[in-house]
Design a protein around this ligand. Structure first.
Ligand code: PRP
Ligand code: URA
Length: 218
């Protein structure tokens, strides 16, 4: 990951550098990639992004018995991490992250982008009750205008969350700037930062409509 620096135009953003991530994102972009493969790629990239986004999780020492002798080890401290996919497309990232963090809790935020205004419309919110004590990872493959991700983070904060990160696969500069303006405390981890948005709010070059490609509803 390229970590953000205060001088960067995107000080909250970390962009994946791993060659396998670039390879997989290119396959995702390909219009010929079928739904089944698209789903598998989203799942794999989500795991790789989560690996980076959890690299500073706090640890506490703990005792362990190996087959040969007692030893000291570490376990992740604090309450269980909570994944929050933004419906629908964020659902495609949940299983990949859960393979890395099987004990994570999963909340859900339902949002869709109004086709005319491009502003997010809220339809569902459910996360664990003790939000202030948890680390949240918001999952959504696309940050375009940033409206959906920003609204999801705002809903989490209203519920008491103080530690929130966003994982996305493809981001547009406009969306990252909006997120940084609305939530300067929230780090964003992406696999690719693309050029721009088109008039309909789609990311260019992007990968099209992530939800439709994941669920075959195009
Ligand atoms: C897509 C995507 C994000 C949002 C990004 O969802 O999955 O949630 O658009 O756009 P934004 O940054 O401009 O808000 P969409 O609203 O198409 O819903 P879906 O996941 O149900 O397809
Ligand atoms: N949502 C998507 O699924 N794709 C885009 O390019 C923008 C928003």
């Amino acid at each position: 990951m390229a970590n953000p620096s205060p001088d960067s135009p995107f000080p909250t953003l970390s962009i994946a550098r791993h060659p396998l991530v670039h390879h997989k994102v290119t396959l995702l972009r390909d219009r010929r990639t079928p739904t089944k493969v698209f789903k598998e790629l989203v799942d794999e990239i989500a795991l790789l992004l989560a690996y980076e986004a959890t690299s500073d999780l706090p640890l506490e020492p703990c005792a362990v018995e190996t087959p040969l002798e007692p030893a000291m080890g570490y376990r992740v401290s604090g309450k269980k991490l909570t994944l929050v996919p933004i419906l629908r497309a964020g659902l495609g990232m949940v299983d990949g992250v859960l393979r890395l963090v099987p004990g994570a809790r999963v909340g859900h935020i339902g949002l869709y982008r109004d086709h005319d205004t491009l502003e997010p419309v809220d339809y569902y919110f459910r996360v664990p009750g003790d939000a202030a004590e948890r680390d949240f990872l918001v999952l959504d493959p696309m940050v375009a205008t940033g409206g959906s991700a920003s609204s999801a983070v705002a809903s989490l904060k209203r519920a008491g969350a103080v530690r929130v990160r966003v994982l996305c696969i493809v981001a547009a500069p406009t969306g990252i700037e909006r997120l940084a303006r609305d939530h300067p405390d929230v780090r964003v981890f992406c696999a690719a930062l693309d050029r721009e948005l088109n008039a309909q709010g789609y990311i260019l070059p992007g990968l099209g409509d992530a939800g439709d490609r994941l669920f075959g509803t195009r």
